[in-house]
Design a protein around this ligand. Sequence first.
Ligand SMILES: [Mg+2]
Length: 249
Amino acid sequence: MSITQIVTQVSQPQTILAKPRRSLFSCCNKRNNFVQMADEKPYLTEKQKLVDYTEPNTTTVVEQKIPVQIIQQPKKLLVLDLDETLVHTSFQPVQNADFSVDILIEDAQTVQKFTGYVYKRPYVDEFLAKMKQQFEVIVFTASIQQYCDLVMDILDPDKVIKKLYRTDCTFQNGAYVKDLRRFETDLSQVILMDNSALSCMMQPQNSIICPAFYDDKSDTYLQDIENLMEVLSQCTDIRKVLLGVRDTK
Ligand SMILES: [Mg+2]
C-alpha cells in the first residue's frame, strides 16, 4: 500500500494557496428568516443503527398522577468528513504539525510504517465539543480505518464520535461517495459536511460543502459556521434550512 492509499485528497492543489472564503454561509445572522423550531411530533430513530436511542416510555397511568414525561427529541445526525474538513495530514515531515500518527501497513512479507503529520483545522477542538452537544456526530472518511482511528483518538479522546471508513463509502465513477441512506434515518435529520462535492453527490440537498483546509492557521471556517449549525440542530428539516441558506447567498 502506498501513502496515497491511506488518505484521500492529501495533496494541496497549487491553485488553492489563497485563504479560503471566510464562510459559505455568511448569512447566518439571518437565521430568524428561516428557523423552523423543532416543535413537531418527536422524531423516532428506531431503525437508526448507528445512534444509541431508547424509545421513550409513553405508557399512560390513569389511576395515579405522575409527572408528565418530557419526551426528548433525539439529536440529528451530523456526518463530518475528516481530511481537509477537520484536519490535513502530510506524509512529508513538517515542523509545525499539531501531532503525528504512525500507520503500520502489513502485506504478506513486510510491515511498512508511514508517519502522518497532522494539522488540526483551527478551532476544531471547540467545534467538535459543541457539535457533540448538539448532534449525534459521525466522522465518515474515505481514508482507511487505521489512520482515521489514530487521528480521532486525538480529536475525540472520550470516543463519543462514531466512525465510518473507506470501506463504508460507495465507490462510484472513480470516487468514494458517502451515501447517507445507509443510516436508515429520515434524511430531514441528516447533515453531511465535506470539502468534496463528489463525496456529497448522492444527497447534495443534505450537504454543506466546506472550503478545503490544508495548513492555514488563520482559517476561521469552523467558527463561522457555528451559528448555522445551531439553527440546523433545532430545525424540522435541515434540507429546507440549507436550501434557504443557498438561496440567500
Ligand atoms: Mg475530505
